[in-house]
Design a binder for this molecule. Structure first.
Ligand code: 5GP
Length: 180
């Protein structure tokens, strides 16, 4: 019987320094765009928690925070298109300037579902900051206002992104070997 190999971290795709520089740029853009109307940052758990913490500290405005948890792939690496809200927001969105902070957009189905769900709650504005967007994968047209990096359609881990619950703590984005 062959041994089942655990996937391991492969090539680094985006270094910690590159991430820090880009997050600072995004923070500056958001600071500029949201001057006079500080946004409510809505983080999509679990993947966005690292970006949320870094991004918020690069925004020179009195931002506020809330989080939603949605079901992810679990141990699989392909999109099912099925989205389940595991934890809803604590705050009311009525009249708020909402900026959704997402770790990665692949098919776009998760974000599409979330935006539809949030838009009916009466926000004054609703925009999206996605750290990673996988090129050529979107099955739906999506308004992503702030993008960290465009990457090729290959599974990545680190900087909040996991595989079966592991690797979220890595300070860089890397490929995963042995999972595809
Ligand atoms: P979508 O609905 O856009 O296909 O998928 C979005 C969700 O799938 C993300 O929030 C993330 O949880 C997961 N996902 C998509 N691509 C990747 C990837 O390359 N690595 C990891 N770790 N998760 C991914």
């Amino acid at each position: 019987m062959g041994q089942v190999m655990e996937p391991t971290v492969g090539d680094v795709v985006i270094t910690a320094d590159q991430i820090a520089a880009r997050v600072a740029e995004l923070g500056a853009e958001i600071t500029h765009d949201y001057a006079g109307r500080p946004p409510l940052l809505v983080g999509v758990l679990k993947g966005a928690f690292v970006l949320m913490a870094d991004l918020a500290r690069e925004i020179a405005l009195p931002v506020t925070f809330d989080f939603m948890a949605v079901a992810s792939y679990g141990a699989a690496t392909a999109s099912s298109g099925v989205v389940r809200i595991l934890k809803d927001l604590d705050v009311d969105l009525e009249g708020r300037h909402v900026l959704v902070v997402e770790d990665i957009v692949d098919s776009g189905l998760t974000l599409h579902y979330l935006l539809r769900n949030l838009s009916v709650r009466g926000p004054a504005s609703l925009e999206v900051c996605a750290f990673l967007v996988k090129d050529g994968q979107q099955r739906i047209e999506l308004p992503v206002n702030y993008v960290g990096f465009h990457i090729p359609p290959r599974f990545v881990v680190g900087y909040g992104l996991d595989h079966a619950g592991r690797f979220r703590h890595l300070p860089y984005i890397a490929h995963l070997d042995g999972a595809e």
